[in-house]
Design a protein. Structure first.
Length: 100
C-alpha cells in the first residue's frame, strides 16, 4: 500500500519546472520598431513578452505571420498568445470570447 501511494505521487515530484518550461505558442506579426523578426534587434515588445513568460516559467515560441492569419490562429486556439494587438470592435469581440 505504501508503494502504491508513493508511485502515485511520483508525477507530482517531477513537475514541468524540473524538466523545463512549458511551451507557449505566440502568433506575431511585423510591427517595427516594436516587434520584428527580420532585424538585428527584435524590438522591445518581443523582449518584454519573452521576459514575462520566462519569469512565469513558460518558454515562448514566436511564429511571425501576416496579421489576419495571426488573429485567426489566436481566435481558433491554435496559438495561445498574439502580439501586438490593436483594439477594434472586431478584435475585441473575438479575442474577449477566448477568455476563461
Amino acid at each position: 500500500m505504501k508503494w502504491t501511494i508513493l508511485l502515485a505521487c511520483v508525477p507530482y515530484f517531477f513537475s514541468a519546472t524540473l524538466f523545463g518550461a512549458t511551451k507557449v505558442s505566440v502568433s506575431a506579426y511585423e510591427f517595427p520598431p516594436y516587434i520584428s523578426d527580420g532585424r538585428n534587434e527584435p524590438g522591445y515588445l518581443r523582449e518584454i513578452v519573452e521576459k514575462v513568460f520566462k519569469k512565469a516559467g513558460y518558454d515562448p515560441t514566436f511564429q511571425f505571420l501576416p496579421p489576419a492569419r495571426a488573429f485567426k490562429l489566436a481566435e481558433t486556439g491554435v496559438t495561445e498568445v498574439i502580439v501586438p494587438v490593436y483594439k477594434t470592435s472586431d478584435t475585441e469581440m473575438s479575442l474577449n470570447s477566448q477568455l476563461p
